[in-house]
Design a protein around this ligand. Sequence first.
Ligand code: GU7
Length: 282
Amino acid sequence: IMEGHNYGEVEAIKDYLLSKTAVRPTIGIVCGSGLGGLVENVENKEEFKYEDIPGFPRSTVKGHAGKLVFGTLSGKQVVCLQGRFHFYEGHGMLKCTLPVRVMGLLGIKTMVVTNAAGGVNRDFNVGDIMVIKDHVGFPTIAGNHPLTGLNDERFGPRFPPMNQVYDSSYQKLALEIANEAGYSSFIRNGCYCMFSGPTYETVAELRLAAALGGDAVGMSTVPEVIVASHMGIKCLGLSLITNKCIMEYDSSEEPNHAEVLEAGRKASKYVLDIVTKFVGKL
Ligand SMILES: Nc1nc2ncn(CCNC(CO)CO)c2c(=O)[nH]1
């Protein structure tokens, strides 16, 4: 099949899942590195391992469980992706974003996407939570894009607008929730820059991101948000800052995945609190 034409594949997975659960989710939640604990507050959980879902990709990254979790959160019917697919794992962009298309056909109208990210903005600290207001997708700008190839109008339009991709009322609500919860000292609002990974960025690449107004960098989220927005799903993005990017040549430090997972575990309770309250207020 020509790339970009996976409606039938997605529909078959949707039909399989609808036959297995009575949950009809209106909200999808994507859990980032070390943020799998987000599903702790979900009640009446019904879990499907990715490998048990016919046609679903396999997750390969440490810290990503690989489960689709249906249930109720703050009184709303939700579906959570516990473990996401990254472009750096070698999945094409179509496969990376297939779970979002499945959630779209399941009927979600809102997607909350969380990720771990490196802090580029020098005011950011480890443990900060950044409400995403916009993104720069280096891979998608270069053509590694989930919407290239044939466009299936049943998903969305050929040329989708991207100027409102992070819903401004959702950003406002998330910031209000965080400030009311007493998180004002570590809640941020900024721009997320995606690099393909798996390498972390060079100093020059980080300076490029900063020059473009980037506040945080990561290796995910952009493809999922593009595909969700294409399907008319409104998005809220939350980046947990797990490390400060090294932007000097004479630094002896090195970024590593262990510190990302550790910081994620420590601060995930705040992300969980914001998401739980956000879902309740929709
Ligand atoms: N400099 C930098 N720091 C980061 N901390 C978390 N991530 C997000 C990537 N997370 C995993 C892979 O999913 C690698 O730690 C990054 C990143 O991409 N770059």
